[in-house]
Design a protein. Sequence first.
Length: 205
Amino acid sequence: MTAAHSLLAFDGRPVDGGLYLRADHFAQHLPGGIREAIAVFSAWGLGLLAVLMLAAWWRARRTDSAAMSRALASPLCVVAAFAADTLLKSVLREPRPCQVLPAGPTLEACPATGDWALPSNHTVIVFAGAAALWLVDRRIGALALLLAAAMGVSRVLVGVHYPHDVVLGALVGTAAGYGLGLLAGRGGALVDHARSGRLQWWLAA
């Protein structure tokens, strides 16, 4: 990292660098199969969020139009949260902990310089989706929240994020997903109209 970047970037080491190193040490001493499972989940677990969104859409076909409007908008809530996360990253410019701390070989390849850490992309996405789904269906939302918590922990264990990256990611994602999900409920009138047309099968059981 250049001197100019050092002056502009947020240094996360004093916040919880020690906790990150302890988590890294813990992860390095897990059995090989568990380490591999954590790495696979951390990299591909977002696909489970897509499955839950499909389940929420399917269940919303049997409920009111506001719930269907929120179900359809949940991917857009995720996109908006990701955009907010990208903006924050460009402002905070926090280097990845695996770039600046003496961690062991991380379970996931350490990103290149310039791929900023704060907030955690994966955590923002999955918490935004979980918050939006909570407004559609409580059971699916609860499953999504468990998925979000597991994803956040995994991003630290694979070595690419500080714990505070995950905490801020959870806050940003939850705020964006819940707030936009509430607004999306106002689209119920549009869903009512569409349910009487050619999209009836897609929007009503």
